[in-house]
Design a protein around this ligand. Structure first.
Ligand code: CP
Length: 302
């Protein structure tokens, strides 16, 4: 008998127990190997509301929804009554009243979901597709899935998270979860993009010191859109000082893997030639996104 976890919403990995995460990972792997979901009712509606650009998260949720047999509404943020001043809360309240069962939302606003999940009138499930510089819990799940597939464990692994730490919701979710599961976390990148709050998760080291030590090298995108035009680095300078160059990649241990949530700025945080190289799991992360999101949708809809 399959064990499926049940949860009302999926908004933050912090709220999940270790057991819930492990079960989500098991279900994601089961979907990857062909498991089919038995829907609890005839017609289930999902609405995708993306207020920030997205390729991977948006389309992999859409594909996950279609694979699970859901009816999918692509909510047009630009053509909706949001343009007349309707709030996100009232929009979600409306969609739920119309019969939407689950909303997947990406917003620029951190913790936008709080009033939605606290409301006794919003009856649909809320799934967080990323909130500003807050969290990206579905990316965290697919990253954990990719690491687990590679190493079969988290405990004892040395994981480096490198780059635009302070703006990265991916980094925040991953440092919390990997620490919880016993991985040793290290950080690197521009010192000004590191924050004291990360000290409780791991040490900051220079990139050259880190690379030969780690099992997983997680490169982060430079988030140009969150720097208010105050980027102190040219692309070439960033790549030279903090990027994964071919030379630095040659210092990686044989078994070490390279990850990146993408989109990738090729030749900025990672050399163009390394993106699809044998050590890279970047494409596998994208592939796993569909199955991780199937597991998340199953958990909230069951
Ligand atoms: N990794 C990620 O969230 O990609 P998108 O912004 O394209 O969804």
């Amino acid at each position: 008998m399959d064990r499926i976890i049940e949860m009302d919403h999926f908004v933050s990995v912090e709220d999940l127990t270790n057991e819930q995460i492990m079960l989500l990972l098991q279900r994601a792997s089961a979907f990857k190997t062909g498991k089919v979901w038995k829907s609890p009712k005839h017609q289930i509606f999902a609405a995708n509301m993306f207020f920030e650009n997205s390729t991977r998260t948006h389309n992999s949720f859409h594909i996950a929804q279609r694979k699970l047999g859901l009816e999918v509404l692509e909510f047009g943020t630009a053509t909706s009554s949001l343009q007349k001043g309707e709030t996100l809360y009232d929009t979600v309240l409306t969609l739920c009243a119309l019969g939407v069962d689950v909303v997947v939302i990406r917003s620029t606003i951190e913790r936008y979901w709080e009033d939605l999940i606290q409301s006794s009138n919003v009856h649909c499930h809320v799934v967080n597709g990323g909130d500003g510089s807050g969290e990206h819990p579905s990316q965290c799940l697919l990253d954990l899935m990719t690491i687990q597939e590679e190493f079969g464990k988290f405990s004892g692994l040395k994981v480096a998270i490198i780059g635009d730490l302070v703006h990265s919701r991916v980094a925040r979710s991953n440092m919390q979860m990997l620490t919880r599961f016993g991985a040793e976390i290290f950080f690197s990148g521009p010192k000004e993009w590191h924050d004291k709050e990360f000290d409780k998760y791991g040490k900051y080291l220079s990139l050259d010191e880190l690379i030969p030590k780690v099992d997983v090298l997680m490169m982060l995108r430079v988030q140009h859109e969150r720097h208010d035009g105050e980027l102190n680095f040219s692309k070439e300078k960033y790549h030279r000082l903090y990027g994964l160059t071919e030379n630095r990649a040659s210092w990686l241990q044989d078994h070490a893997i390279i990850m990146h949530p993408a989109p990738v700025n090729r030749d900025v945080e990672i050399a163009d030639s390394l993106v699809e190289s044998p050590k890279s799991r970047i494409v596998e992360q994208m592939r796993n996104g569909v199955y991780a999101r199937m597991a998340i949708l199953e958990a909230v809809l069951t």
